[in-house]
Design a protein around this ligand. Sequence first.
Ligand SMILES: [Zn+2]
Length: 410
Amino acid sequence: MPDVFADLVGQDEAVDTLRRAAASAAALLRAAHESDADDPDGPADGADPGAGMTHAWIFTGPPGSGRSVAARAFAAALQCVHGTGCGECPGCHTTMAGTHADVRLVVPEGLSIGVSEMRALVLRAASTPSGGRWQIVIVEDADRLTEAAGNALLKAVEEPPPRTVFLLCAPSTHPDDVSVTIRSRCRVVPLRQPPAGAVAEVLVRRDGIAPDVAHWAAAAAQGHVGRARRLARDPEARQRRDAVLAVPRRLTGVGTALDAASALIEAAEAEAEASVAEADAAERAALQTALGAGGTGRGAAGAMRGAAGQLKDLEKRQKSRATRAQRDALDRALVDLAGFYRDALTMALRAPVAPVHTDTAAMAEAGAQKWAAEGALRRLEAVLECRTAIEANVKPQIAVEAMMLALWKG
Ligand SMILES: [Zn+2]
C-alpha cells in the first residue's frame, strides 16, 4: 500500500528528511506523554526526540515540483497515529482528504493573502490540537502574502505555540518570495524539478495513463506533474498547447507578430475564464441565498446595507482571482514557447539532450538550421524576458507584443 509520500515524484532526498522529521515528532509526542505520566526518568529510549523536528518549514521548488504535495504529505505524517504517514490510518486519511480538524490550508485565491485572513488563522492555530498531536497550518504560495499578512505570520513563527507547525510553500527563499526574518526561523526543504522519467512513471502507476502518452506528456510538461497529467488527459489542454507551438511558424511579419500576440492573450483569457467561471457562479449563488434569507423584518434594512458591502468584497476577490488565473495561463503558454526555442538551441549546439517537445522537433531542427545557436538563444531570451516583465507587472499585451516582434526579427 503506498504511503502519503508516494506522489512526491523524484524527491528522494526531501522525502528522507520529512520521514525522519515525522519520526522525531512522534518521539516528541511520546516523550511528552511519558512525562505526563510522571515518569521520573524521562523518555526511556535515550534518543534525542527533537532532533529532526522543528515548528516552521519552507518547501521551495519550481512550479509543479510538488511543494504543496510535500507539505500535505508531511502534515499527514505528523497526524499519522503511527507517526510514519502510513496512508491508511484516520490521521493520514483525513489530512490527505483535507478534512482533518487540526490541519488548515491557506490557498490564495487572488494575487495575495490578506492580513485579516492570516490573523484569524494564526489565532486558531494557537489552540490545543483536538486530535492530541499537532496544529498544522499550510500556506500555499507564501510568496503571495501581503506585507501585513507576512508580519502576522512572522509573529506566530517567532513565538510558536508548543504544538503548532507552520508549513510554507514558495518558489524560492529569495527575499522577494519570503521575508528574510521568516526564512531565518524556518527549516528549508528544497524540491527539484522532477525528471521526466519519474513523472511518466507516476502518470502510468497512479493515473492509469498509457506509457507512450505518459512519456510524451511528462517531457512536454517540463517537470510539472499537474500539467503533465492535464496534457495526457485533457484534449483542450493539448489543443491550447498546439496553438502556442504553432506560433513560431506563423511569424512572417509585423502584422502576423501582432496578431499572434493578441491571439495568445485572448487564449489565456478564455482559458482563465473557463477555469474560474464555475467557482464564481457558485459563490454568487451562495451569497444570494444568504442575503435572501434576510427577509423583511426589522433587521432587513441593515442587512441590505451589509449585503452591498459583501457583494463588493466578493466581486473584488473574484476579479483578483481571475487576474491570477489569466497570468498563470499566459505563463504556461510562455513556458511551452520557451521549451520550443530551447529545443532549437540545443539542436543548433548539437547538445546530447532529449527535446522538450518531441512533436515539434522537426520544426525546432529547421529553426536551428536557419537561426544558428545565437539566433535561437536570442529568441529564448525574448520569451524569458517577457515572463520577467509580466511578473514585474508590465501590461501583458505590451510584453507579449514586444516578445513576438523579437521572435520574428530574431
Ligand atoms: Zn497513518
